[in-house]
Design a protein around this ligand. Structure first.
Ligand code: ADP
Length: 603
């Protein structure tokens, strides 16, 4: 497969983007710890200095041996070099471990920050199929120690640049040609290395499909479900034959790859040898013509070798660093998206009685053409017990999703006590609502945390116990040795318990009771139960919830007979509104028909 060449303008744009990502990265981590970037720069400087000791000291020693041969100078030089070398090495290691520690701390903060950003995304974004992909891409550098790797690679590259600048200055005093020669050789080697990597990559891609085939056939060998067919029809030879042929294909690709990449690796090594030979030949020539002494010879050879190694490291690390930059770009893009939802707004403090008003509300889901709610207008009075009924898909849950501001209406408005709900601060607004959805989740936390949904220490135990009692879970919780501190599930705690479906529902209801919000919504958390149990739970809940505005959702009419008022949804519209007796007496109405169809199951 031929690789498409990137146009020059595109490459420049990519480079600009990479530089912007690097700047964005350091600015971002600077919000957690301002000291990280300066520390990485100091580390780079210290690392850059060390190679020069190996370049200059041998020259000075040789010059001294061939010249004045002063013992005291000689000793001072060796001890001094050893001391400076040790100091820089120790300092370098210390700086590295300090930076690593710092990066680890930043990494932890970034992971928490990422989790926070995911949860802060608008609920409607959660349904975007790309979101999961974006989130996984963003999480990747966090799982792979990306902060430390980025910072360390950056510092390493900076160190390489500083070292190279110094070495170039040294070599330039002799001849520019050496630098050009080394640069060309290193670039050639990098080009060959990239070619070899591309060949490997292509081979991996080609063999991936065949390896999947092999895995399929190998699985077949032990697959119990096809065991009978394998034996009765003698498929064994066919399978083994297919495996053999696949292996042969893989081998031919790999062998071809080895031949090519070995040839390239061999050329790379030969290049390096040639480069060394040329450098030595030139230096030796310079010594023979008397342009430099033996000490200079040692220094220049060492500087040239050091330059060549540093340059190779630089390019090798640059490729890796740019990969990290691209991964980090996905992370930075993700965490810097802010919810569209307006978070600031009016306070809801002190609101106890709530009048909810839907005014001509229409809504369709993002990426969907069909309106799910059409011109819905209804007023729910403070303290009212409202039942919302309708067939599955009629729009009942969507009605609640709009009330809870998971989505905003496309047309019309929703008001609480005359104020558009979007004008309230989002978190403030949520304090007004306690909702138990059909797909409520209990978490692998303690019972106490599952109900209070806050840190154990800040929850009010008396209030939790009261909610447990009112939800009908008291006996069960009292029978547990650790009481409300018992963990749900055994994921993190061997003593954790598994609640039954019904107990989980009670726990979810206890959560709503504990929240003590002025508006309570039960959106069929009891759907899995039989109609009679649902009716019992709903009517029991109704007794204990007192005078709060309460909305009960069900597709079973029997569950809501106790409600003051019932609204019937059909095709996204409210088609009936009244008490049970009123609605059932409207002959031919949807409610009357549903009631009589359903009645035979539970009357
Ligand atoms: P109900 O609660 O009455 O069973 P819903 O409000 O859940 O009904 O659904 C109403 C309609 O909206 C259904 O046709 C359903 O398929 C559609 N719907 C629900 N959720 C989504 C969604 N996230 N995206 C697109 N359509 C949805």
């Amino acid at each position: 497969m031929t690789k498409q060449k990137q146009p020059k303008a595109k490459k420049e744009l990519a480079l600009k983007k990479d530089i912007r990502t690097i700047v964005r990265f350091f600015k971002f981590i600077g919000t957690f710890d301002k000291g990280c970037l300066p520390l990485m720069i100091v580390t780079a400087v210290v690392q850059a200095v060390t190679p020069f000791i190996g370049v200059f000291v041998p020259k000075l020693i040789i010059d001294e041996m061939l010249g004045a041969q002063r013992a005291s100078y000689f000793i001072a030089l060796v001890l001094g070099a050893a001391a400076v070398n040790s100091i820089f090495t120790v300092l370098g290691s210390w700086l590295l471990s300090r930076s690593r520690g710092k990066c680890l701390e930043i990494q932890e903060k970034c992971r928490i920050y990422l989790g926070n950003r995911v949860m802060a995304r608008d609920y409607e974004d959660m349904e975007d199929p790309n979101l999961l992909d974006e989130k996984n891409k963003a999480a990747l550098p966090m799982l792979q120690g990306g902060i430390w790797q980025m910072a360390a690679q950056f510092s390493g590259l900076l160190g390489c640049i500083l070292t190279m600048a110094g070495l170039i200055a040294v070599i330039l005093t002799l001849n520019l040609f050496i630098i050009v020669l080394i640069l060309l050789m290193v670039l050639l080697n990098i080009f060959l290395y990239q070619k070899s990597r591309n060949i490997q990559y292509e081979t991996e891609k080609k063999t991936e499909v065949i390896n999947r085939e092999v895995a399929y056939f190998e699985n077949l060998c032990g697959d119990f479900s096809v065991g009978k067919d394998i034996r009765l029809y003698g498929i064994r030879d066919l399978i083994l034959d297919k495996i053999g042929r696949c292996m042969q294909k893989v081998r031919s690709f790999v062998e071809h790859d080895w031949k090519l990449s070995s040839a390239l690796d061999g050329t790379t090594r030969a290049n390096s040898q040639l480069q060394i030979a040329l450098v030595y030949a030139y230096m030796t020539y310079k010594v023979f013509v008397g342009a430099i002494g033996i000490g200079d010879f040692t220094m220049y050879v060492s500087a040239a070798n050091s330059f060549s190694n540093t340059l190779s490291n630089f390019f090798g690390n640059l490729i890796y660093f740019l990969q990290l930059v691209h991964k980090m770009d996905a992370f930075l893009d993700f965490v810097q998206i802010h919810p569209k939802k307006k978070l600031e707004g009016k306070s809801t403090q002190g609101i106890r009685d709530c009048e909810i008003q839907f005014k001509d509300v229409s809504f369709r889901y993002p990426r969907s053409k069909e309106y799910v709610l059409r011109h819905v207008s209804v007023t729910i009075h403070p303290g009212e017990k409202l039942s919302v009924v309708g067939l599955n898909g009629a729009g009942k849950t969507t009605f609640i999703k709009l009330l809870t501001r998971m989505y905003d209406p496309d047309e019309g408005e929703i008001l609480i006590n005359g104020v558009n709900i979007q004008e309230y601060g989002y978190q403030e607004y949520l304090k007004l609502l306690a909702v138990v959805f059909q797909d409520f989740k209990t978490l692998a936390f303690t019972i106490r945390e599952n109900i209070a949904l806050e840190e154990s220490g800040s929850a009010d135990p008396a209030k939790i116990l009261d909610a447990i009692e009112r939800a009908g879970l008291k006996e069960k919780v009292e029978s547990l040795p650790k009481g409300i501190d018992t963990s749900l599930y055994k994921i993190f705690d061997e003593d954790g318990i598994e609640f039954s479906g019904g107990q989980n529902q009670k726990l979810a209801i206890a959560r709503a009771i504990y929240k003590d919000a002025p508006i309570v919504v039960l959106d069929e958390p009891t759907a899995a139960l039989d109609p009679i149990s649902e009716f019992e739970i709903y009517s029991h809940f109704n007794r204990l919830i007192g005078d709060k505005t309460t909305i009960y959702i069900s597709h079973r009419l029997s569950s809501c007979r106790f409600c003051d008022r019932i609204i019937v949804f059909s095709g996204g519209q409210i088609v009936q509104d009244g008490s049970h007796d009123e609605l059932v007496s409207q002959t031919g109405s949807q409610y009357e028909q549903m009631y009589h169809t359903q009645a035979k199951y539970y009357v």
